[in-house]
Design a protein around this ligand. Structure first.
Ligand SMILES: NC(=O)c1ccc[n+]([C@@H]2O[C@H](COP(=O)([O-])OP(=O)(O)OC[C@H]3O[C@@H](n4cnc5c(N)ncnc54)[C@H](OP(=O)(O)O)[C@@H]3O)[C@@H](O)[C@H]2O)c1
Length: 200
């Protein structure tokens, strides 16, 4: 049976990916950060769709160990922060978060753990429409760097570059994704099919 591990499983995209994997009969493990204030709720929700929950901390050794035990065929990297969350983390929790530490840093940690622990697995990275080398937009710049490092990592991969992913249940305005979409398809572009680059 195909096995998948989903980082960013609690996000708008991740939740749907976990559901879809389960619908397709793929054994799915949803990663939830261990300090999530909604951990119990996530356990319940993911159990209902038939997924397991993994609460490995975002640290290299433990993440490598977890992937080594799970040996997933597919590793989904679907995480990222927003400007609103950066502000909130700094103001209410005193934590310094950024696109650099979350979107790049945690995804890179996951990529390194994948290469070390399950090099036969395929890394599926949710990047963004509008990504290009030399971009001065910090949201796009970290994705360009990660894409480049992913290409050089030697692991099999898929890069999806969606525009604005949304639906009737979308509660946030997501300005960074709207800007990226505008750069690619015009200011009112709301969604578009993922563009998928060939895997190595
Ligand atoms: N939505 C779009 O239109 C769109 C378009 C193109 C690209 N993207 C990119 O695709 C990715 C997923 O998008 P989305 O809309 O599904 O995002 P989302 O709903 O905001 O979910 C973000 C995920 O990242 C995790 N995360 C955020 N900060 C974290 C931290 N400090 N430590 C650990 N985990 C953290 C969240 O976990 P918690 O729930 O625990 O916070 C959540 O699972 C992002 O990188 C986004 O920029 C999105």
């Amino acid at each position: 049976m195909t096995r998948a591990s989903v980082a960013g499983a609690t996000g708008y995209t991740g939740r749907e990916v976990v559901r879809e994997l389960c619908r397709q009969g793929i054994s799915a493990v949803a990663h939830v950060r261990p300090d999530s204030p909604r951990l119990d709720r996530w356990r319940e929700e993911f159990a209902q769709v038939g997924a397991m929950v993994d609460t490995t901390p975002w640290e290299s050794g433990p993440m490598e160990g977890a992937l080594g035990r799970l040996r997933p065929d597919l590793v989904f990297a679907l995480l990222g922060t927003t400007r609103a969350r950066v502000r909130q983390a700094s103001q209410t929790e005193g934590r310094a978060e950024s696109y650099e530490t979350v979107d790049y840093g945690l995804t890179r940690l996951l990529l390194d753990a994948t290469v070390a622990a399950t090099p036969q697995g395929r890394f599926i990275y949710l990047s963004s429409l509008g990504v290009r080398e030399g971009s001065r937009n910090p949201y796009l710049a970290v994705r360009a760097r990660l894409e480049s490092e992913l290409r050089q990592s030697g692991v099999s991969y898929v890069v999806a570059r969606p525009g604005f992913i949304t639906g009737p249940d979308r509660e946030e305005s997501r300005p960074a994704e709207r800007v990226a979409s505008a750069g690619g398809r015009g200011p009112r572009a709301r969604s578009r099919s993922p563009r998928v680059s060939p895997s190595t």
